[in-house]
Design a protein around this ligand. Structure first.
Ligand code: NDP
Length: 307
């Protein structure tokens, strides 16, 4: 039986509507939550991400500012900007788009952001709070995945969740959130032995790897829920034919013709859709949720900080 799609885009719209409504409620009190997005260098993908974050702020009634710094920016210069944004009362969230150029000490920058304004949830204080199960600003992508599972009433408690990927921004916080919801969590990575066998034990399988269509049907237990975090590009017709189900091919080939690629996750839909009960599409699954949660975190930061 083919799996059903978890419509992340629709859930993201609902989250954003909630944020916009709350932003309106704060207006009479003279509070307009504000996000400052900082981008260093000319990475085209980063520019697209930051652009859509700023645009989403505007559409929901949040204040936003974009800082575009040259690729030669030093750690000291960036620290000075972060410090300035920390001091400003009208800025509730500070986002430093990663990756930063090599000469910049990323960790120092992330630790310089006021934890109360750390809407990405990357600061050690927020990570520590998350591990302890305390109230904190949580990384947007994993937080969005929990909202998605809850929206579709997919039971987490008691389930076996297998997270493939152990990055600080997705895999680790995802595992913690699932653990706090009483899942039994297995974290896998590049050194995991017999990955397909481990993955097949999952009731909930989260793929956050960064390898196009690596998770095929033989990694998936019949009836499992599969969350595909990956964002990769398929650039050849052969690849597209192998990865996507026939029904999806015309649209994918059209993408290829127009842009030279089509977006593909870490999961291979052609074989996984046969086995999973639920599956997130790429695009339209986890991606939109990440931005929606950034908006929600900015609102939360404003509410917490400004009472
Ligand atoms: P990282 O590169 O930081 O981490 C990748 C993880 O995958 C690592 O833990 C790595 O293991 C593991 N891994 C790599 N190869 C294998 C393998 N062959 N078998 C098992 N594990 C493997 O990536 P991110 O976590 O930042 O991102 C993961 C993916 O999610 C990317 O495609 C990224 O673009 C996407 N992403 C999407 C977002 C969205 O909003 N949709 C947001 C953030 C990321 P090890 O630690 O051993 O090296």
């Amino acid at each position: 039986m083919a799996s059903q799609l978890l419509n992340g885009a629709a859930v993201a719209e609902e989250i954003k509507r909630g944020v916009a409504a709350r932003v309106k409620e704060l207006e009479p009190r003279g509070i307009k939550p504000g996000l400052a997005a900082v981008i260093v260098g000319d990475d085209p993908a980063s520019k697209v991400y930051v652009g859509s974050k700023v645009k989403t702020c505007q559409s929901l009634g949040l204040h936003s500012e974009k800082y575009e710094l040259s690729a030669q920016t030093t750690t000291r210069e960036l620290l000075a900007l972060v410090e300035h944004l920390n001091q400003r009362d009208d800025i509730d969230g500070i986002l430093v788009q990663l990756p930063l150029p090599k000469q910049i000490e990323t960790r120092r920058i992330l630790e310089a952001v006021d934890p109360a304004k750390d809407v990405d949830g990357f600061h050690a204080i927020n990570v520590g709070r998350l591990v302890r199960g305390e109230e904190s600003l949580v990384a947007c992508t994993p937080a969005g995945i929990i909202e998605l599972l809850d929206h579709y009433q997919i039971p987490i408690e008691g389930s076996h969740a297998v997270v493939v990927g152990r990055s600080d921004i997705v895999g680790k916080p995802m595992s913690m959130l699932l653990l706090h919801r009483n899942a039994t969590v297995t974290i896998c990575h590049s050194r995991t032995r017999n990955l397909p066998e481990v993955a097949r034990q999952a009731d909930i399988l989260v793929a956050a790897i960064g390898r196009a269509a690596m998770i095929t049907g033989d990694f998936v237990r019949e009836g499992a829920v599969v969350i595909d975090v990956g964002m990769n590009k398929a650039t050849t017709a052969g690849e597209i034919n192998r990865i996507f189900p026939d029904s999806d091919l015309p649209k994918r080939m059209e993408d290829l013709g127009k842009r030279g690629y089509t977006l593909v996750g870490d999961v291979e839909p052609r074989t996984v859709a046969e086995r999973a009960s639920w599956l997130t599409p790429v695009p339209g699954g986890v991606g939109p949720l990440t931005i929606a949660m950034l908006m929600k975190n900015t609102l939360r930061a404003a509410e917490m900080r400004r009472g």
